[in-house]
Design a protein around this ligand. Structure first.
Ligand SMILES: Cc1cc2nc3c(=O)[nH]c(=O)nc-3n(C[C@H](O)[C@H](O)[C@H](O)COP(=O)(O)OP(=O)(O)OC[C@H]3O[C@@H](n4cnc5c(N)ncnc54)[C@H](O)[C@@H]3O)c2cc1C
Length: 376
């Protein structure tokens, strides 16, 4: 039985774990990054070509953090020498009886981010993609856009390796069976050994609640189904001609989002939210009922896509915390164990900043960023 010891152990090499490893290595901190699957796998929450980024949040606390998140992405891009953010503009819209867009606009005003309030009619005039009633409430944010998802995760892991050299260790295909917190040091139990950490960052996504059973709040793993459409006019579906969009509906499971075709993948559209799932046995097929649900949405709000062929599908997992709030911070009474469960389907845009926060917690036991509301 082998025993590894490391000052910093990061459990999970998805968006959050990769960002934590990058920021720790950037500070000269030795680390061991462990994942149950090979790096870049597609079984969790961080695979796929792209994710939406935006300042457009109805919750002003998240909107206030977004300028810092954008800065963190720019730092990463500078370190990596490549672009990971693509500015496409973005629209958030809802029926007039909902106050979602009004709250988004209030948040954007409060952080002084350029935006324009529009009606459904103006939306249709601006982009022929969109349909929907004239009275639809819309806000346009020019700085919204797309982030390269799988690429950003890979870049941060390779930067952690180049910055850390031998002091950055990576253990792939190494499922952690249990986290032992009975002893002085947090210890990860593997099939063929154990990892003893001075500080442990748990960024295990949909598996977090299995590894930390007494978090004091529920975490649900849910199955997300994503469709990539091949529009008749392919060029029109490219970034620059197709803003990212967030559609807020009146009912639960009535929210949809989408983005332009990225790296030839097709126009991405999906419903926000889905059924609870066992993260170890996830059905990879997208059913007809779901396809029909998305086409009904498109028929109303993006008619040119409603009959378009579906080029490919993708399955992905959300880790949903109560009220879709993030949970990031040390375990109560264990400052050497830091939990990062910032998902609920909107964590990627914050991942680079969350990596910074996790490294702050690990190295200083505190962070200057206004993230108290994420604490456990
Ligand atoms: C379809 C979809 C669309 C999304 N769209 C957006 C968007 O537009 N904008 C946005 O900001 N966010 C979006 N998100 C959310 C965002 O992608 C996630 O918040 C983020 O990827 C979560 O990363 P993570 O590192 O927490 O999880 P993961 O990437 O799942 O990483 C967790 C890792 O832990 C490993 N692990 C778990 N258990 C163990 C164990 N026992 N032993 C070893 N390793 C283990 C897993 O193998 C995995 O690699 C979307 C998510 C989905 C699914």
């Amino acid at each position: 039985m082998q025993t590894w010891t490391a000052r910093n152990v990061v459990l999970g090499a998805g968006a959050m774990g990769a960002a934590a490893a990058y920021h720790l290595a950037r500070r000269g901190e030795p680390l061991l990054l462990v994942d149950q699957f090979p790096l870049g796998h597609d079984r969790g929450s961080s695979h796929g070509a792209a994710r939406i980024t935006r300042h457009s949040y109805a919750d002003p606390r998240y909107a206030r953090l977004m300028p810092e998140a954008f800065r963190a992405w720019r730092t990463l891009e500078a370190d990596a020498g490549e672009n990971l953010y693509l500015r496409t503009g973005g629209v958030s819209f809802c029926p007039p009886e909902l106050d979602y867009v009004a709250r988004v606009e209030a948040s954007l005003k409060a952080i002084d981010v350029p935006h324009r309030r529009m009606s459904g009619q103006e939306l249709r005039k601006s982009w022929a993609w969109f349909g929907g009633p004239d009275e639809t409430d819309v806000v346009f944010e020019p700085d919204a856009g797309m982030l390269s998802a799988a690429r950003a995760v890979a870049v941060q892991i390779s930067l952690a390796q180049s910055a850390g050299g031998a002091s950055t260790q990576i253990l792939e295909n190494s499922p952690v069976q249990r986290i032992d917190l009975d002893g002085e040091r947090p210890t990860l139990i593997l099939e063929n050994g154990r990892i003893v950490a001075e500080r442990l960052i748990v960024a295990a996504g949909a598996w977090t609640a299995r590894l930390l059973t007494n978090l004091g709040f529920p975490l649900r793993a849910t199955r997300q189904q994503v469709l990539y459409f091949r529009p008749t006019d392919v060029l029109n579906g490219l970034p620059g001609r197709f803003p990212v969009f967030i559609s807020k509906g009146a009912e639960v499971l009535d929210d949809f989002y989408g983005m332009a075709s990225f790296q030839g993948q097709g126009v991405k559209v999906a419903r926000h939210g889905g059924p609870d799932v066992d993260p170890d046995s996830v059905d990879q097929q997208v059913g007809d009922e779901y396809r029909a649900t998305v086409r009904r949405f498109l028929k109303k709000y993006l008619p040119p896509l409603a009959e378009a062929p579906i080029d490919r599908t993708e399955i992905c997992l959300y880790t949903v915390a109560p009220d879709e709030q993030f949970r990031v911070g040390p375990l109560p009474n264990r400052s050497d164990v830091i939990v990062a469960s910032p998902c609920s389907g909107h964590g990627f845009k914050f991942s680079c900043l969350i990596g910074q926060v996790l490294a702050d917690w690990a190295t200083h036991g505190a962070t200057d960023l206004a993230v108290d509301f994420w604490q456990l």
